[in-house]
Design a protein around this ligand. Sequence first.
Ligand code: UDP
Ligand code: MN
Length: 250
Amino acid sequence: SARRIYMLTPTKTRSEQKPDLTRLAQTLYLIPNLLWIIIEDEVKPTLRVRKILESFNIPCVHLNYPTPSYLKITANQSYWRKPRGMLQKNIGLDWLRNNTQPTEDALVYFADDDNTYHWRIFREIRKVQNVGVWPVGIVGELLYEGPVCTKGKVHSWFCYVFRNRQFPIDMAGFAIHLRLIHSHKDYYFNVSADSIGQQESHILSTMTTIDELECLANDASKIYVWHTRTIPTYLTSEDRLKRARLSYDL
Ligand code: UDP
Ligand code: MN
């Protein structure tokens, strides 16, 4: 039977959340033996998200953690100035450490809610023995970024921006064996200003080395995940209409 995947998804309240989660849930509907750990950026889990999860009947754990206001992106700030979904991923790491056995043969994947996932990426994740890597589409100002590999080993990286990172790779471009989450039990994502953009490199350099990486997706020649981004919708006329209650529950 298929090895289990624990998929950690932080999710932020916004008008595009419900469509984004609907699309992702429909992808996961195709995937057996996956536990979806959803961590809402909220003071408590919302009925809104619970209803989406229940409508799909996907095995899931519904958690929450509100990003403190000093770490939130302000209106006139570039999105990359603040950590995005990192404290929520840390809640997911805690949940794994408290609710799974270190001996379980399972994989952990950090999956943002607005990316696009081909079902085949989950087949690649299940091949991982320690840490697996693969390319990610439309990211880093390129059509794709990813490892350059031969016979399953990484010898360099195809990327341009922030290429001085030790592991220049997006969050969607790797999966880690559950054993490593347990054996590095004090590992958490950092949210300090100088760690922005370094989180992937930091977790990978803590838990593995380049020589150990397992290169997947046919020696990184296939793209099964894309860093799509849903643009914030202009709802200016909502203000003009002055609804009694402007609600994301719609
Ligand atoms: N996110 C969050 N809180 C935030 C910002 C983002 O929980 O304050 C979540 C978001 O829903 C997504 C992930 O963190 O699942 C990454 O955020 P986003 O997609 O905005 O990042 P980007 O695509 O720009 O890297
Ligand atoms: Mn995103």
